[in-house]
Design a protein around this ligand. Structure first.
Ligand SMILES: Nc1ncnc2c1ncn2[C@@H]1O[C@H](COP(=O)(O)OP(=O)(O)O)[C@@H](O)[C@H]1O
Ligand SMILES: Cc1ncc(COP(=O)(O)O)c(N)n1
Length: 267
């Protein structure tokens, strides 16, 4: 059997910590073959984003149509989309090509605080893309934006918000708790018709967490075709991410918030 093909539909991060660069590293780490559809160029370093250059929506769709006319893909990770036009084009192409195992990381704002999705695109994300996702992986500020509610500050509110996010149409929601404090970093997986499941990992004491969200969502996409169910893929992806965060201090990619360090996963 040849390797699984996993495609990242996301923006470029020249500093290598997030975006398509992180996604390709994660795809390789999990033994899959990575492909990319670029939605935007960013100029960014560990210190922040200094510019965004969106790809025209028609050309994002053209990349997808050309690729999927030829290659079979086994999972898709969607990251930074930038504009409402690109968000709509990606949602339509996912439907047109009936893509499987669609993981949407609803990227809105970088760790540095810079916007990566224009505010007017949140509605397109909510109504066009989320209903087509098998799994969405918002962080706490993204969940608050999508629900138009205050940001969760505890686990009980996270559970309630994860359930409300399901009502926007995705098959499953992984609400990430990295932005809370405490000895453990806890994420909540909500699925229709069953109780939420929590994934816990020791919180690593480092400021080098650039690309954690990208790495988690792309690792899940790479593992979905290789694991018996979504919970198993999420559990292994989080274990991989925690080790990549532990190794982050080995990298010197600049003077700001550094990237996590990928490695060959143990499976
Ligand atoms: N310091 C840390 N130690 C361990 N896990 C972390 C740490 N920071 C974030 N995580 C985990 O990284 C993933 C992404 O986290 P989060 O910060 O919530 O999202 P984002 O990167 O999208 O802002 C989650 O699984 C979260 O639990
Ligand atoms: C191209 C691109 N995509 C996504 C992120 C978010 O990553 P993070 O929240 O870890 O900064 C980013 N900074 N750049």
């Amino acid at each position: 059997m040849s390797a699984y093909n996993i495609v990242s539909v996301a923006g470029s991060d020249p500093s290598g910590g997030a975006g398509i660069q992180a996604d390709l590293k994660a795809f390789s780490a999990h033994g899959t073959f990575g492909m990319t559809v670029v939605t935007a160029l960013t100029a960014q370093s560990t210190r922040g984003v200094t510019g965004v250059h969106p790809v025209p929506a028609e050309f994002v769709a053209h990349q997808m149509d050309t690729l999927f006319a030829d290659a079979t893909v086994h999972a898709v990770k969607v990251g930074m989309l930038g504009t409402s036009e690109v968000t709509e084009a990606v949602a339509e192409a996912i439907g047109r090509h009936a893509l499987p195992n669609v993981v949407v990381d609803p990227v809105m704002v970088a760790k540095s605080g810079d916007r990566l999705l224009e505010s007017s695109a949140v509605e397109a994300l909510r109504s066009e893309l989320l209903p087509r996702a098998d799994l969405i992986t918002p962080n706490l500020p993204e969940a608050a934006d999508l629900l138009e509610e205050p940001e969760a500050a505890d686990l009980a509110t996270m559970r309630a918000q994860a359930a409300r996010l399901l009502e926007l149409g995705p098959r499953r929601v992984l609400l990430k708790g990295g932005h809370l404090s405490g000895g453990e970093s806890v994420d909540v997986l909500a699925s229709r018709g069953s109780d939420p499941v929590e994934f816990r990992a020791p919180r690593v004491a480092t400021r080098n967490t650039h690309g954690t969200g990208c790495t988690l969502s792309s690792s899940i996409a790479a593992l979905l075709p290789q694991r018996p169910d979504v919970a198993a893929a999420v559990g292994d992806a989080k274990a991989y991410l925690t080790e990549a965060i532990r190794r982050a201090d080995e990298i010197d990619a600049g003077g700001g918030q550094g990237p996590v360090h990928h490695f060959h996963a143990w499976w």
